[in-house]
Design a binder for this molecule. Structure first.
Ligand code: CTP
Ligand code: CA
Length: 504
């Protein structure tokens, strides 16, 4: 025992100096790591907000987006946090967009109030003043503007007045061009999929609205020289994109239905036996309502009675034949065309098909594009041939107007994709019917806001060479190494083996 005590007494590690040095070393390392952690600690998340109103032909919807305040310019992080559908029903329009207020413009502004009040609740008070608010109108207002520009101006006046009453930073209300609508839909899809930031192959965008439809994609054999009006170029995160885009006005599903019906009603006044509606479907419809659109107004039959009897006979193949009549496949002055003499390069890459593409195919249980196209047609054939009273019984909760049109809409979608845009049995499986991507709705609104707020930089943003955790780990390792080196440097003071006392 006494030998042990003697050894302890002689051990230089137990001298006050080495103990003090060790304690100071440990304190220094702890202090260094604490400073590194605190200094680089991520700030508590603060968010910024942006609001976009999508004034479509058949409805208006409000979207709120948010992103971390300190990442304004670094993107990849803007997300939709809330959406609100403006629900108004009046006798004239089933679920009207702002263009249906042409005869009572003041109501257009009023119709937005409820969703705007919701937006006020959703955006924290101190952020409201800096939150940009945009309204973009699409094909419904394009058509109204063509038909009656004074009425279109009054609708915008009413909408502007209403929006300016709210505590946001109002940035304007305007009609988007078809090109913008197509291009921003493409930006949204690729942004949400993180394809732009990583420079990955992009996804094409297919948008089917009520009054227009857009197709946008990047094709290696398109540089914009053939048909420059279809070209949109972007530089995003250091990559150049040459996008092909086209918007077909009047080829949204509601206007396409009007055109198809107008074509059929030209056969003679009275009854229209429509293969795109179920057997047993019969409704008296008004000619003036059918022809109340610039898409069909020039075809209005002269001296026709006020109404016609719209009856269905549910025949997919006949329906497809009838729908083909609204496309012109003969005139093309380019190397290749989709339809109506519009240039379209070779289809390329995967496609995301959203809005009515999704609503309709989802209802019909046909969103799975791994099902061969022939089987999809077979299913639709059976669906169209199902009697109207059975369809009504099967879907008691779906509004009759929507329900009656799904056979037409499904057939129109397949016709547009295969005959119009030239998707084949093989390339059909490149299409994905989508509603949302990572919680945000697919559509032009997000791309529009990202563009107007300059939130997608042209060049790849500089990022710190190391992430926070990496930085802290490296500082810790270096500090520990320095400490070990220091201990090693005290080696001469270590007790040597030869001096070890013998225990007997
Ligand atoms: N659950 C839903 C919602 C909408 N629709 C229909 O889908 C079509 C397109 O809707 P939407 O994409 O909302 O069109 P808009 O944006 O209003 O029209 P546009 O883009 O042409 O201005 C409309 O015929 C609408 O009646 C549908 O069948 N089922
Ligand atoms: Ca739309």
């Amino acid at each position: 025992m006494s030998a042990q005590r003697e050894m302890k007494e002689k051990n230089p590690w137990h001298t006050p100096v080495t103990i003090i040095i060790t304690v100071i070393g440990v304190i220094a390392i702890v202090a260094l790591v604490t400073v590194a952690v605190l200094q680089n600690r991520p700030f508590p998340q603060k968010y910024k907000y942006g609001i976009v109103l999508d004034a479509g032909s058949s409805h208006t919807a409000l979207y709120i987006y948010e992103w971390p305040a300190e990442k304004d310019n670094n993107t990849g992080r803007v997300e939709q946090t809330h959406s609100c559908k403006i629900l108004v029903e009046n006798a004239l329009a089933f679920c009207p967009g702002i263009s249906s207020y042409a005869s009572a413009p003041s109501k257009a502004g009023q119709s937005l109030t409820e969703c705007m009040q919701e937006a006020v609740q959703r955006v924290p008070e101190k952020r409201r003043g800096e939150t940009p608010l945009y309204l973009g109108a699409t094909a419904g207002m394009r058509l109204l503007n063509m038909e009656n520009s004074a009425a279109s101006d009054s609708v915008f006046q009413s909408v502007k007045k209403a929006l300016q009453m709210f505590p946001f930073s109002y940035q304007g209300a305007r009609i988007l061009s078809g090109q913008e609508e197509g291009a921003f839909g493409w930006v949204t899809v690729n942004y949400l999929d993180d394809r732009l930031k990583q420079g990955l192959e992009t996804t094409g965008a297919l948008d089917l609205g009520g009054a227009s439809t857009q197709i946008s994609f990047v094709s290696d054999n398109y540089n914009g020289s053939e048909s420059p009006s279809n070209s949109v170029t972007f530089r995003l995160y250091g990559n150049d994109y040459n996008l092909y885009t086209h918007s077909f006005l009047c080829y949204g599903k509601d206007q396409a239905l009007r055109m198809t019906l107008a074509h059929q009603s030209q056969a003679g006044p009275g009854t229209v036996l429509d293969p795109c509606f179920h057997p047993g479907y019969a409704e008296i419809k008004n000619y003036s309502v059918l022809y109340d659109s610039p898409c069909v107004s020039d075809r209005k039959p002269q001296g026709a009675p006020a109404t016609f009897n719209h009856t269905g006979n549910g025949n997919f193949l006949e329906c497809q034949k009838t729908i083909k009549n609204i496309f012109n496949f003969t005139d093309c002055k380019y190397s290749r065309c989709s339809f109506n003499g519009v240039f379209q390069p070779l289809l390329q890459g995967p496609f995301g098909a959203f809005s009515a593409y999704y609503f309709v195919m989802n209802f019909l249980n046909l969103t799975d594009t791994s099902i061969p196209l022939d089987d999809v047609k077979e299913k639709l054939k059976r669906y169209c041939a199902t009697p109207w009273n059975q369809i009504r019984q099967r879907h008691p909760n779906i509004k009759l107007k929507y329900l009656a049109e799904y056979c037409f809409s499904g057939t129109y979608i397949l016709t547009l994709l295969t005959e119009g845009y030239n998707f084949t049995s093989e390339s059909y499986s490149d299409i994905k019917f989508i509603e949302k991507i990572k919680g945000s709705d697919a559509g032009w609104t997000l791309g529009y806001m990202l563009n107007l707020t300059n939130m997608i930089p042209a060049e790849a943003p500089d990022s710190p060479p190391l992430p926070h955790a990496g930085y802290v780990s490296i500082v810790t390792v270096i500090a520990v190494l320095i400490f070990i080196l220091f201990i090693l440097s005290l080696r001469p003071l270590w007790p040597s083996c030869s001096k070890q006392p013998q225990i007997v």
